[in-house]
Design a protein around this ligand. Structure first.
Ligand SMILES: Cc1cc2nc3c(=O)[nH]c(=O)nc-3n(C[C@H](O)[C@H](O)[C@H](O)COP(=O)(O)OP(=O)(O)OC[C@H]3O[C@@H](n4cnc5c(N)ncnc54)[C@H](O)[C@@H]3O)c2cc1C
Length: 308
């Protein structure tokens, strides 16, 4: 039985861990499938306050974890598969083990969205990727394709120019969700070519266990053609990691946690933090700030209940 369990070890979960640990609540952090969260798969973070020269993303989250551990936070390897939030103590299952807590902070972030192409899943790890930082170096002097029209697609494409001989950015529309500055940077890069109003029909070749090319379709003219590609990076957004909480707390139609103000969910004693609730800002600093808010609210909630 814990005072507080924190689900997720990204910026939000680690910040909540620092605050709750420092408040003497001895939090347990469930690390999940992505230790350190999304920042663990990026390189330089230039917009986190306090680092005039920028900071390496994995170093930043690792330091947050160490800071929380210095105050007594404990980290548990594993992913929450099931939750019972119908009454306190709240119960969470990791593998076959159930853990109980008086307060819960959900900071489980969001996972990459895939295109749903017939061969896509067969080629993940064999040329299909959602993480340029993890896999970009495999494609030195090779042909790279990035799918998407938002900031992450621009960022992935820019990052991949370090490795690829060329980077083709495929977007199904001719308008972009990306911010003006990110789009302009990508458009100005000599290695990045844009294919607009274009969709991918499939990626090949699962029999060879590597990506050799794609079939593309121009949505305006209907033209279908094949293009050689070695690395295929999908950057079309994320899905909130709320599966274990479906039916337990209020979620919006896309699965993001619905906030009841501050860091509160509709269940008293269950708080949200970071990208799992935030579809708007999705930044390391806002996730960290949300982790702080959730921790303070959890602390006050526990202080108002017997035994705390
Ligand atoms: C490539 C890339 C580059 C970025 N660059 C920047 C940048 O330069 N500056 C910036 O401010 N932001 C950047 N971001 C955004 C930033 O990383 C996110 O906004 C931030 O990481 C969100 O933090 P979070 O803690 O809410 O979620 P996440 O970082 O997504 O962490 C979620 C955590 O929850 C865990 N989890 C999920 N499900 C479960 C479960 N069932 N049980 C237990 N644990 C679970 C995961 O393992 C993970 O540890 C970038 C993101 C990406 C993908």
């Amino acid at each position: 039985m814990r005072n507080v369990i924190i689900v997720g070890s990204g910026c939000a979960g680690n910040t909540a861990a620092i605050y709750t640990a420092r408040a003497g609540l001895n939090p347990l952090v469930m690390i999940g499938h992505e230790p350190g969260g999304q920042l663990s798969v990026t390189s330089m973070v230039e917009n986190f306050p306090g680092f005039p020269e920028g900071v390496n993303g994995p170093d930043l989250v690792e330091n947050m974890k160490k800071q929380a551990e210095n105050f007594g936070a404990e980290y548990l390897w594993g992913t929450v598969a099931e939750a019972d939030l119908s009454k306190r103590p709240f119960r969470l299952r990791v593998d076959e083990e159930w853990y109980e807590a008086e307060a819960l902070i959900i900071a489980s972030g969001a996972s990459a969205r895939w295109l749903g192409l017939p061969n896509e899943q067969l080629l993940i790890g064999h040329g299909v990727s959602s993480c340029a930082t993890c896999d970009g170096a495999f494609y030195k002097d090779r042909k790279i394709m990035v799918i998407g029209g938002g900031d992450s697609a621009m960022e992935e494409a820019m990052f991949l120019t370090r490795f690829g001989s060329e980077v083709t950015l495929v977007h199904r529309r001719d308008r972009f969700r990306a911010s003006k500055i990110m789009l302009e940077r990508a458009q100005a890069h000599p290695k990045i070519k844009f294919l607009l109003n274009t969709v991918v029909q499939d990626v090949y070749d699962p029999h060879k266990k590597c990506v050799t090319g794609v079939t593309l379709k121009d949505t305006v003219t209907g033209r279908v053609w094949e293009q050689e590609v070695d690395g295929f990076f999908v950057a079309i957004g994320h899905i909130p990691n709320t599966k274990p909480f479906v039916g337990q707390i209020d979620l919006d139609p896309d699965g993001y946690i619905l906030s009841k103000g501050g860091a509160r969910t509709n269940v008293e004693g269950v708080f949200h933090a970071g990208d799992v609730q935030d579809r708007n800002y999705r930044q390391a600093i806002t996730a960290a700030g949300a982790g702080c808010m959730a921790a303070i609210e959890a602390e006050r909630f526990l202080a108002g209940h017997e035994g705390h």
